[in-house]
Design a protein around this ligand. Sequence first.
Ligand SMILES: [Zn+2]
Length: 306
Amino acid sequence: MVWLVRHRRGRVLLAVVVLVAVAVAVPRRVFAPGWPPRDWVFVACDVGQGDALVLATGRPGRAVVVDVGADPAALDRCLDGLGVERVPLVVLSHLHADHVAGLSAVFEGRRVGAVAVGPGREPGWAWRRVVRETGEHDVPLVTVGASDTLTWPGLRLDVLGPHWIPAAQRGASTEPGAADPGADGTGVNNTSLVVRATTRAGRILLTGDVEPTAQADLLAAGADLGADVLKVPHHGSPAVLDRFLTKVGPRIAVVSVGDNSYGHPHASTLRTLRRAGTLVARTDTSGTVAVVADDGHPALVRRGPR
Ligand SMILES: [Zn+2]
């Protein structure tokens, strides 16, 4: 090194070596070798505290996004890393900021087919923002509910809940705040859409932030909740019924969670899952997490912390 720096030719050589090293090293860091993993069917993006979930449709570059977190830049990076150019459907489980505030990211250089919401229209500011953002991009905003089914070549979505909304109110529930039992925080959580995704790696149950009331409603309604992979409700909150977890019976559980003051994920929830032999992955410690199809079965790939 000393000889190289002292001599003019040496300095030129050193500069060339450094430039080549940078040119080789930079793309590796930007594009992270081995990512996205082959045959990914489901990805929980590391967007901090919140949910931003991606489901492969079986068509390259096209994916369904369920919830969009609260950090648009983080979601944009995650979708870019997966090569997602088209989003035929965005599903917003419910209207809390940690599930909807990152919506602008999906429109960032991508074509979006539609945005789907459940029956809840609270909090009002979030609903107005979703209406405005979808309108600005000329993207249809649709309401889905229990027993609706949507299909793509490699993906089927069955909406299992929520169940609290009377059938007669469906479609008429667009008036903000009209007799909405979800006016307080817990109530809004119980308006979460619960969606079962059938993928090439098996079934994945997406639960938004459902609280015990909605979990009990699903059980009482006899919903077919059994799944290979569970997106744990409400970022691993302790408010989860043991009989709900037993009914789902997942092999893999994904907790989408970041820095928070709520104590998510709670030790009791993690313990219950692990005691049942479930493999648990958390986005706060493992970064973005993917489920891949391994001979028709789900396998877990952790990207590692950001
Ligand atoms: Zn949440």
